[in-house]
Design a protein. Structure first.
Length: 283
C-alpha cells in the first residue's frame, strides 16, 4: 500500500509539473504574439511630403509684401479614432544673423543705452503655422530641440557687451527681441493656419511683409502624432532683389567708394537743380 501511495504522489507531481510547463509555453507564446502585433515591423512609417507655391520671390522697389503657400501630403497614414491624433507644424524662417539688443535707462533725466547683448544666429524672419497651439501638440523639450514656437527659439548670446548681466536680465533682452520682431511683423504665429483637406492633404499660407529681409527662407514641415515627431520635410525659398534696386545694391556692396562718390554727386546735383528752379521762379 505504501508503494502504491508513493507511486500515486509521483504521478501527481509529474502531472502538475507538466501542466505548469504547458502553461508557461502558452503564456510565452501569447506574450510573443502580442509583442509582434504591437511592434508591427511590416507597417510602413508615416512620412510627410511638402512643397511651396514658389521657389523665388522677387523683391523690387515697389514690393509691398506677398504670401507663399506650403502644401503637402502624409503617406502611410493610419486610421485613427480621434481627429486630434495627427498634427502638422509648418515653420518658415530666415537665415540667422547677429543682432545687438540694447537697454535704455533714465540717467539724470536722459534716456541712454546702459547695457547691451549681442545674440548670434537670430532668425531674421520667423513664421509658424500649426493645426493648434504648439504647446498642446508635444512636450516643451521637443519644441526646444527643433525651435518650434516663439518661446522655444534658441537665442544664444555671443557677448554680453559692456556689463555683466544675470539670467533674468538676459531673458528680458530675449523678450524684447521677440516683442520688437512681432511689432515689425517679422515674427508671425498662426495657431490654426494648417488646414487639412481630407485625411492626408494639408496646406498653410505664410505672409511675407514688405520689410522681410532678402535672403533664403528655410521651410520646415514637422509631422506629429500623439505628441511624437514622426517626420520632418525641408525646402527653401529664395528672396532676391530684382530691377534697379538689385543693381544699386550690388554696386554699393562691390564698389562702396564709387557708390559714395556717386551718391554725393547725385545729392549735390539735385540740390543745385532745386536751387536753380526756385531762384528762377522768384525772379
Amino acid at each position: 500500500m505504501l508503494k502504491e501511495a508513493n507511486t500515486t504522489q509521483q504521478c501527481r507531481k509529474r502531472w502538475n509539473t507538466l501542466l505548469l510547463c504547458l502553461g508557461l509555453v502558452i503564456g510565452l507564446n501569447s506574450i510573443a504574439a502580442f509583442a509582434q502585433t504591437n511592434s508591427s515591423p511590416n507597417v510602413p512609417r508615416e512620412e510627410v511630403h511638402a512643397d511651396v507655391s514658389t521657389r523665388t520671390v522677387a523683391i523690387t522697389s515697389n514690393f509691398t509684401g506677398t504670401e507663399i503657400i506650403v502644401f503637402g501630403a502624409i503617406s502611410n497614414t493610419r486610421p485613427v479614432n480621434n481627429a486630434d491624433q495627427q498634427y502638422d507644424v509648418v515653420v518658415v524662417e530666415g537665415v540667422g544673423e547677429e543682432l545687438v539688443a540694447r537697454r535704455k535707462s533714465n540717467v539724470g533725466g536722459i534716456w541712454i543705452n546702459t547695457s547691451s547683448v549681442i545674440f548670434r544666429a537670430v532668425p531674421s524672419y520667423y513664421a509658424i503655422s500649426s493645426s493648434k497651439p504648439v504647446d498642446e501638440i508635444t512636450e516643451p523639450l521637443l519644441l526646444d530641440q527643433h525651435d518650434i514656437g516663439f518661446q522655444h527659439i534658441t537665442l544664444t548670446p555671443k557677448s554680453r557687451g559692456n556689463l555683466k548681466i544675470d539670467k533674468s536680465q538676459l531673458n528680458e533682452f530675449k523678450a524684447g527681441i521677440l516683442r520688437n520682431k512681432q511689432n515689425q511683423r517679422l515674427y508671425v504665429d498662426n495657431e490654426f493656419g494648417v488646414v487639412f483637406v481630407g485625411d492626408n492633404l494639408f496646406r498653410a499660407t505664410i505672409d511675407l511683409p514688405a520689410n522681410v529681409p532678402v535672403g533664403p527662407l528655410k521651410t520646415r514641415v514637422h509631422l506629429f502624432r500623439e505628441g511624437i515627431l514622426l517626420d520632418t520635410f525641408e525646402s527653401e525659398v529664395q528672396l532676391a532683389r530684382e530691377g534697379v534696386g538689385r543693381y544699386l545694391y550690388n554696386f554699393a556692396i562691390n564698389y562702396p567708394l564709387l557708390y559714395g562718390v556717386f551718391a554725393v554727386i547725385v545729392a549735390a546735383g539735385s540740390g543745385w537743380a532745386a536751387s536753380t528752379y526756385f531762384s528762377r521762379r522768384r525772379s
